[in-house]
Design a binder for this molecule. Sequence first.
Ligand SMILES: Nc1nc2c(c(=O)[nH]1)N[C@H]1C(S)=C(S)[C@@H](COP(=O)(O)OP(=O)(O)OC[C@H]3O[C@@H](n4cnc5c(=O)[nH]c(N)nc54)[C@H](O)[C@@H]3O)O[C@H]1N2
Ligand SMILES: Nc1nc2c(c(=O)[nH]1)N[C@H]1C(S)=C(S)[C@@H](COP(=O)(O)OP(=O)(O)OC[C@H]3O[C@@H](n4cnc5c(=O)[nH]c(N)nc54)[C@H](O)[C@@H]3O)O[C@H]1N2
Ligand code: SF4
Ligand SMILES: [Mo]
Length: 702
Amino acid sequence: MTKTLNYRACHLCEAICGLTIETTATDDAGLQITSIKGDAQDSFSRGHICPKAVALQDIQNDPDRLRHPMQRVGSEWQAIAWEDAFALVAERLAAIQERHGQNAVAVYQGNPSVHNYGLMTHSNYFLGLLKTRNRYSATSVDQLPHHLTSHLMYGHGLLLPIPDIDHTDFMLILGGNPLASNGSIMTVPDVEKRLRAIQARGGKVVVVDPRRSETAAIADQHLFVRPGGDAALLFGLLNTLFSEGLTRDSHLPVDGLEEVRQAVSGFNAEAMSPLCAVPAAQIRQLARDFAAARTAVCYGRMGISTQAFGTLCHWLVQLINLISGNLDRVGGALCTEPAVDLVASTSGGHFNQWQSRVSGRPEYGGELPVSALAEEMLTEGEGQVRALVTVAGNPVLSTPNGRQLEQALDGLEFMVSIDLYINETTRYADLILPSTSALENDHYDTTFNMFAVRNVSRFNRAILPKPEGALHDWEIFVGLAKAFAARTGKELKPTMAPAQMIDFGLRAGRYGDASAYKLSVASLFDHPHGIDLGPLKSNLAPRLKTANQRVQAAPPAILADLARFAAQQVPVADELLLIGRRHVRSNNSWMHNYHRLVKGKPRHQLLMHPEDLASRGLNDGQRVRVSSRVGAIEVEVLGSVEMMKGVVSLPHGWGHARPGVQMTIAMGQPGSSANDLTDEQQLDELSGNAALNGVPVTVAAA
Ligand SMILES: Nc1nc2c(c(=O)[nH]1)N[C@H]1C(S)=C(S)[C@@H](COP(=O)(O)OP(=O)(O)OC[C@H]3O[C@@H](n4cnc5c(=O)[nH]c(N)nc54)[C@H](O)[C@@H]3O)O[C@H]1N2
Ligand SMILES: Nc1nc2c(c(=O)[nH]1)N[C@H]1C(S)=C(S)[C@@H](COP(=O)(O)OP(=O)(O)OC[C@H]3O[C@@H](n4cnc5c(=O)[nH]c(N)nc54)[C@H](O)[C@@H]3O)O[C@H]1N2
Ligand code: SF4
Ligand SMILES: [Mo]
């Protein structure tokens, strides 16, 4: 038996860990995966790996994973030829647009859209032809406030300063749990070692979270915060830095700092404390500790994006780094210099140039908030959405009020999903077009190299051959584009494979033909363990894309949101607020079908503080009914002193017991969907991002 060792990165999550994958030739001249390990020689991940990478072989071999295009005929699924499928999609979408206008077709792009380069390079080849304003994605249940803040302050939504975790002396983390998520908008394989290294060099890690998370458990200090209260806490920090003279001059050109100082002058720690439930003395002390550190960085993630003041939170994070002298500074927050640079090759974006039809939610970068998707389908009138294209997404489990979306999907005239499974969302489709699997694809990470804590580059070659009759995601888009162009008489520009595009990008980039590195796809073949291009450096000033090339500390759109903040209700006594959580063995909604990842004790329970259980007469392990404005679910509850009192935690991505789902193992341990409770009307109104955290709920015996 011939065994071969292959090297490539895992791109299931943002950490891009290097893998060593052993393949063995089978009797029928095929290849099978015989082992997946961390690649100790990887220049970036140094052997780090998590259990999901090992499950790549389970994805590969999963009998439930679709291998052929499927058409739904009544409640049955039947195989259909690719060309027939493309022609059918083109016919149905074109006919609906002819009858009801271009916006009658909506598009939803899910999370793997940024983890698979074929989806990055070619989705728009087809989707762009639809010319619909009803574009949606997982961005608006995730990191939209990061992009909007950078767009308004730095002139480009992708100029996102990344924590310089390897050099900082003080890391303040709000609403991120990198020990479970492996880091986000901070590509950092091996995050636990890097956090412990901060402590080993005498620095500090402080975590702010309504749950004593895995990351909080290893931190030097953990502060409980009331869900949704982070903007108040951050205002208190910023105000203390200003009022106690704890600021440091920045080398960056900045406009609007005086306006900021005045705008936050009323938001002192004492005034903010009741809103965030952090004692004023602790807010002030945290500001002093942060300012006293030689270098420090404030980092906020998912937990503070998906809340009612998500954009204010991220703006305040930027300002705290800026006025403490830590923005664009080694040991603080730095922008990357990737080999393929999307900041250089794309425009800065636009915001609120148009709004959603029913609720007037703002677009960002051509997309509308996904919280508005169901109402755009359910509300009659001109412009009503009647057809949907989903790409690598499962919005029924991922977006607020999933039950309402199900009702809306049920009423569509046509739906097509580019996806690997018949799941909670795609079961509503008329056609499912499955692509090759991750190990059958080549890949270059244009997204997460933008956010990596070191500048690195690697080209990932496919490990397994493409099965006969299979298509890569990008080829599916080319097929759809050709059929749609033919049906509608539109002109189609020629395209090329993703690898060729990356080759152009690499050669034109800062490590390309004009540099000593001479990076190209071919030259990266000589670096199977990736190539390290060095630590992050100060570089923001020349890269600013604002009109006057200066940091805008006080964007008018953000200052205008301060009135909404000031008008918020003071918390009610006895409130119970729902938040989310992640586990290292899970990945959003779609990785519960692999025995290796779901075996052992269940991980989908509701966590609640023991005193909150007792005051409701509930017992640990009991089945409870959790209710919110939009719906109710049943789930087991676990008493946990990790939880802040008045807060319950439920992971999203569960709830597989829905009729028609064809994911055998996931259905065996289905859990319930957190997004049957989250509320499509609870938003960060400025950006339109969903407020998935801080949802008022009640819990009672089932
Ligand atoms: N309550 C709550 N809700 C949340 C969150 C939360 O923390 N709490 N988190 C939010 C976040 S951060 C995100 S990013 C979203 C995710 O939301 P979504 O992106 O909508 O959901 P995923 O579960 O990532 O679904 C991925 C889909 O892509 C398919 N897929 C996987 N790989 C490929 C591929 O290579 N090609 C194709 N064509 N399809 C593929 C899978 O089968 C699956 O159907 O959920 C959000 N929802
Ligand atoms: N294992 C695993 N890894 C993943 C994913 C996964 O599903 N599983 N998903 C990937 C994706 S798509 C993303 S976007 C990233 C997300 O990566 P992270 O941003 O690190 O997300 P979480 O792990 O959900 O951590 C969010 C933390 O915020 C806390 N939190 C909730 N509400 C609040 C609040 O109001 N204030 C504060 N301060 N904290 C709050 C939660 O308790 C939780 O500990 O992870 C990625 N990596
Ligand atoms: S942390 Fe796990 S899922 Fe994420 S890239 Fe690394 S091995 Fe893959
Ligand atoms: Mo995400």
